[in-house]
Design a protein around this ligand. Structure first.
Ligand code: CA
Length: 673
């Protein structure tokens, strides 16, 4: 979600537009956040459902409930429960009941009596399998959901997050276009198909990812969300999915059969396995910061009020801009987040997590998330949006803000500094940046190059967004120029460079991404940019039709030269550790900026065989102006890696140094041993 008020969730307000203008009071009595915080918590992983040889066990955490029952259904659409089990109060706020048989094939809901009233049925907050549209939880045998070879399945090993190259994609964008050559369009299974080709013969799907060289796909929300009707998939609805219902079950519309609770689980695992087999890791976008519904959410129906923050008048506070915000600073919500990501890591072998509006969460929770995930698999990494979409009762110093990232050693944040400096402000379409000729961004580009760490030659007081070195290590920074939010890079360039040719815009795109991929920190790109995909100028396409969101794979043919540039950029980064330093000290020691006086020009060296690189010195000169610049390159035996909009990791000629012309809107990269 964007730094601006997240406009895609405005549709939640169509039924109750008052939410945007007036606070929404919780329908439940006794909202006092300090009392809620004092309720007992439970950290067991058997919550809600466990099936073993001794039977089927239900455990619901609901400390303030007056009574709880489980409704058992023979099918997802059976009108009446076949059995109703009364639960008994147990330890730490839980309620329990069990039966001696395995209830595989049945569905269930919980029902809580609170304040004298029975609340609506809910599948709970820990449903791991659900029926169509997620209204009822399903009891399935998980051992039947594992693809062949699953027990040996492993994601790529990663020493440091800076070794990752992240590719952000939506299942539907990636495969649904008629040109994709993929059979399972818009499905998890799209990423299991080998040797798919576009209608013009270019590799698509997983082959495309391998060809490009990225290390991780970051999939937009893939847990069960609300806004696509799974029972009516032919209606071709599209949604990004930032309206969670069931956090621990996959989204049904991405499966080939949402009616069968096991299918979505099986197919998501097949996707993970196919990507792992191709050497690619899977990062999941997680949205624990808010729920689509307020009083009717699964959180509210299991433990009224508890999982949310409130204002002093009892209304839902709204740091998400979507009508509510969750309370990670409360123990059971923290337990929920931590155990949920651990579940995805364990059961689905997920390799990384991207936290939406992460600053709604507290730093302590994020540290616990990172620590406990690393215990499962040291290659797992965690990053998020270090901002909120509105104010929060959580004190600023406790928020997982980018400005507080030094308090979260194993968590990374998106650098809006480099994003806006390179291409211009995200919300002002016409605004230009360094790569599109606007002067005044040079120092912020340098902040991006050193990954927002302290550097003797970088003056943070001249930074556009941040005024201090907030990162204590480059492993805490994600560099990008665009993502699913806001204009695609292609559209941003079109809107900010009126009258330009496509050739000029692609030149700017190359320079923009060269800055991202050569900067310290971890590079992140939006799917399809490598073939110059656009979204027809739609900046908030969260529910736009496929005609806006789908990637047209015939562009790969047309923009083959741009694709090749991206390939080389990624190869350059992956084959040279100098671009992947891991400490602020290394960066301060090894990066030296040159004195230049012209606007839109930044020149620097990475020295000392940085981070074990075979290259003793790499010189990177970035020219964002539309004028040729002359620089004095030190005398030496240089290999030219990039010049005038072209790039070749193996070199494209030599230079002896001296006066060197830097073409307009281009990066010049040379290296010497
Ligand atoms: Ca759903």
């Amino acid at each position: 979600m964007n730094k601006s008020i997240a406009s895609f969730c405005t549709y939640f307000f169509t039924a109750s537009t008052l939410m945007m203008s007036a606070p929404v009071l919780s329908a439940f009595n006794k909202v006092d956040d300090s009392l809620l915080a004092a309720l007992p918590s439970y950290n067991g992983t058997d919550l809600e459902l466990a099936v073993n040889d001794k039977g089927t066990f239900f455990t619901l955490w609901s400390p303030e409930a007056q009574a709880v029952k489980v409704n058992i259904y023979d099918s997802n659409n059976a009108p009446d429960a076949s059995r109703v089990l009364e639960m008994s109060r147990s330890e730490n706020g839980t309620w329990r009941v069990s039966v001696p048989e395995k209830l595989y094939g049945k569905f269930y809901t919980f029902q809580v009596k609170y304040d004298g009233k029975w609340l609506k049925e809910t599948p709970g907050v820990w449903a791991k399998a659900v029926g169509v549209n997620g209204h009822r939880a399903a009891i399935i045998d998980f051992s039947t959901t594992n693809p062949e070879g699953w027990s040996a399945d492993k994601g790529p090993e990663l020493k440091n997050i800076t070794d990752a190259v992240i590719y952000e994609m939506h299942h539907r964008d990636f495969s649904v276009h008629p040109s994709s050559g993929i059979v399972n369009k818009g499905k998890f299974l799209a990423l299991t198909e080998d040797e798919t080709r576009s209608t013009l013969g270019d590799p698509t799907g997983i082959d495309h990812l391998k060809e490009l060289g990225i290390t991780h796909v970051h999939i937009l929300p893939s847990y069960d969300y609300n806004s696509v009707d799974e029972s009516n998939l032919p209606s071709n609805q599209y949604n990004w999915g930032y309206d969670p219902i069931n956090y621990n079950a996959p989204e049904g519309s991405y499966s080939t059969n949402p009616m069968d609770p096991a299918t979505r689980i099986k197919e998501m695992k097949q996707m993970v396995k196919a990507l792992h087999d191709a050497g690619i890791g899977v990062v999941m976008d997680v949205v624990y910061n808010h729920t689509g519904a307020n009083d009717d959410s699964n959180f509210s129906l299991t433990a009224p009020n508890y999982y949310y923050r409130h204002r002093t008048d009892g209304s839902y506070s709204d740091a998400s801009g979507c009508g509510n915000e969750t309370a990670s600073d409360r123990q059971q919500m923290q337990n929920f987040i931590v155990n949920s990501v651990k579940y995805w890591a364990d059961e689905f072998h997920i390799d990384g997590f991207r936290f939406d509006l992460m600053a709604i969460h507290d730093t302590e929770t994020m540290n616990r998330v990172a620590r406990e995930l690393k215990e499962i698999n040291p290659s797992i990494f965690v990053y998020g949006e270090g901002w909120t979409a509105g104010d929060s009762p959580l004190p600023v110093e406790r928020r997982a803000l980018k400005e507080n990232v030094s308090a979260m050693p194993d968590v990374a944040v998106f650098s809006d500094d480099i994003r806006d400096a390179v291409k211009g402000h995200y919300s002002n379409a016409a605004d230009r940046g360094f790569a599109t000729g606007k002067p005044g961004n040079e120092e912020t580009i340098k902040i991006g190059i050193v990954a927002s760490t302290a550097h003797p030659q970088v003056d943070y007081t001249k930074g556009n967004n941040s005024k201090f070195a907030y990162a204590s290590a480059p492993t805490q920074i994600i560099n990008y120029v665009s993502c699913h939010d806001d204009l695609t890079l292609t559209d941003k360039l079109a809107k900010s460079m009126p009258g330009s040719s496509e050739e000029q815009r692609q030149r700017a795109a190359k320079l923009a991404q060269t800055i991202v991929f050569t900067s310290q920190g971890t590079p992140f790109m939006f799917a399809g940019e490598e073939i110059f995909r656009d979204k027809k100028g739609v900046h908030n396409s969260y529910k736009s039709p496929d005609s806006i969101n789908a990637i047209d794979w015939t562009l790969k043919h047309r923009n083959a030269e741009l694709f090749n540039y991206y390939q080389q950029l990624i190869k350059l980064r992956k084959s040279h550790p100098a671009f992947r330093m891991t400490t602020a000290e290394d960066i301060a020691r090894n990066i030296k900026f040159d004195k230049v006086s012209e606007p839109n020009l930044v020149s620097y060296s990475i020295l000392n065989n940085a981070n074990g690189d075979e290259w003793k010195e790499i010189k990177i000169i970035l020219n964002g102006s539309d004028e040729e610049r002359m620089v004095k390159l030190p005398k030496g035996e240089w290999v030219i890696i990039a010049s005038d909009g072209k790039i070749d990791v193996d070199g494209m000629g030599q230079s002896k140094g001296g006066n060197t012309k830097i073409a307009p809107v281009s990066a010049y990269i040379v290296a010497r041993k």
